[in-house]
Ligand binder design. Structure first.
Ligand code: GCU
Length: 455
């Protein structure tokens, strides 16, 4: 019954978009380019500087990979100085600075979540028994229906799969992964195979539970989708204001709604749920950790620009790429200013302060190598940001990174509560997984089977 009601709601949404644009009830059917231009007009910006070309090293605007030319703005904002210049001297001062930083990240980079967001009801759509990496398991597919009674033209039904070991003696820790889903009709390149073991196999073999959450079911990964999804639903189909949330903040909101449900599951220890993701979802991990302190640990892989890599660096992807019509939907409209009239160093904050917002909780920052194709994310920039976040961990009584040069591939700096490791693979989390699981088990005080093997 619920399913067919939802299908009708979806059909209704599609029909209204196709129907009349003049209808006040229908989501605004703007293309990403149109919506991007609309935001620029709203901000009074004529034109943005173009992004870098990561594909063609001969291009006039080719991405820079020369380390000597990568630091045009070496002075980073100090995470331990209040906006009025007062120093943050001890742990008691941190909550006020934390609140200030969160507000700056909302206003200038990721956007504000509306004060009230609709309720989500999770229900199991399928349950089955399976053996995952030799572990007897129960796999449950869920739909999380977002109450859309305030604006029925937009239906939002989140999707996740929860895999728990069948024989748990008590609640177990869990890892929530943001997972990619290929768009309908997309064929992966010939010869492409998903990494093996899979994340679910890796997590289950430690006796933990794994959640695969599909972020695009809460918000599409496209500027044209902003009139729909949770952003479109709460805006009642109207286009965004300049400080409204973007897709990254919406994906993080979805992860928080997943955690709401996990907290109610007897098999899962809601106080030991980590969040993991790669690339754009590595960015989403940092945003999730920053805004929802219930998440106990994070594993952010190859997050790059807009995530853990410094905006003030000129290496690989830069601010202008993220501000372009292909990626601006991840951010608040206000972020576009920094690719237009303003420069990178006008940002009142930088990526190290996003990382610091995870403190004092365990956070593992991963990257791949340039040789294997992960140069675009600026691994050194991620390392520098992680280093620059360390004083906040130390202020809160935790160990940050040791004060060392960029360690290079295969050397884990994982002794502290803030960790960094460049694995020998490319744009993936693959070889870092066992190191993250060892780190998380140690930091969360959880027993884990089958430790990392040294690769
Ligand atoms: C693009 C984008 C990156 C992003 C990546 C991904 O390369 O420029 O910012 O992280 O896609 O998500 O795979």
């Amino acid at each position: 019954m619920r399913r067919s009601t939802r299908r009708i709601a979806t059909l209704f949404a599609v029909a209204t978009v196709l129907g009349s644009a003049a209808d006040a009830q229908s989501p605004a059917p703007l293309t990403a380019e149109e919506d991007h231009r609309r935001l620029l007009d709203l901000l009074g910006i004529d034109e943005l500087r173009p992004g870098r070309d990561g594909m063609n090293p001969e291009a006039a605007n080719a991405a820079n990979y020369d380390e000597a030319a990568s630091n045009p703005y070496p002075d980073l904002p100090d995470p331990l100085l209040m906006e009025d210049g007062a120093p943050v001297v001890d742990a008691e001062d941190w909550p006020a600075r934390r609140a200030e930083l969160l507000d700056l990240f909302s206003r200038e980079i990721y956007g504000y979540v509306p004060e009230e967001t609709p309720a989500v009801t999770w229900s199991v759509t399928e349950e089955r028994e399976a053996e995952v990496a030799g572990v007897p398991a129960i796999v449950r597919d869920y739909v999380g229906h977002v109450d859309n009674s305030a604006y029925p033209a937009v239906a939002v039904d989140m999707e996740m799969t929860v895999t728990t070991p069948a024989e748990v003696k008590g609640p177990v820790p869990a890892v929530l992964s943001f997972v990619f889903r290929f768009p309908a009709g997309f064929e992966p390149p010939a010869g492409w195979e998903p990494p093996s073991p899979s994340a679910t196999e890796r997590v289950l073999s430690r006796g933990w539970a794994h959640i695969e959450f599909v972020p695009t079911t809460v918000q599409a990964d496209d500027g044209a989708g902003l009139a729909e999804g949770i952003i479109g639903l709460t805006n009642k189909g109207r286009p965004r204001d300049a400080d409204d949330w973007g897709a990254l903040r919406a994906w993080a909101w979805g992860a928080s709604r997943v955690l709401d449900h996990l907290e109610d599951m007897s098999e899962i220890d809601g106080e030991r749920v980590a969040v993991e993701g790669l690339s754009r979802y590595g960015k989403a991990v940092l945003v999730t950790m920053a805004y929802d302190e219930r998440f106990a640990a994070g594993f952010s892989g190859s997050s790059g620009e807009g995530g853990g890599s410094l905006y003030r660096r000129d290496n690989g992807e830069v601010v202008e790429n993220i501000a372009s019509s292909g990626e601006y939907h991840w951010m608040a409209g206000n972020f576009l200013k920094y690719a237009g009239p303003l420069g990178w160093d006008d940002l009142p904050i930088d990526a190290h302060e996003l990382i610091a917002l995870s403190a004092p909780r365990p956070l593992f920052m991963g990257t791949g190598t340039a040789e294997e194709g992960d140069a675009w994310v600026d691994p050194v920039g991620i390392f520098m940001a992680t280093e620059a976040a360390s004083p906040v961990y130390e202020l809160l009584g935790e160990k940050g990174l040791p004060d060392v040069e960029f360690p290079g591939p295969g050397v884990g700096l994982t002794d502290g509560t803030l960790a960094f490791r460049q694995h020998r693979d490319g744009h993936s989390n693959h070889l870092n997984w066992p190191y993250f699981l060892d780190f998380a088990a140690r930091e969360l005080g959880a027993k884990a089977e089958g430790g990392a093997s040294g690769r």
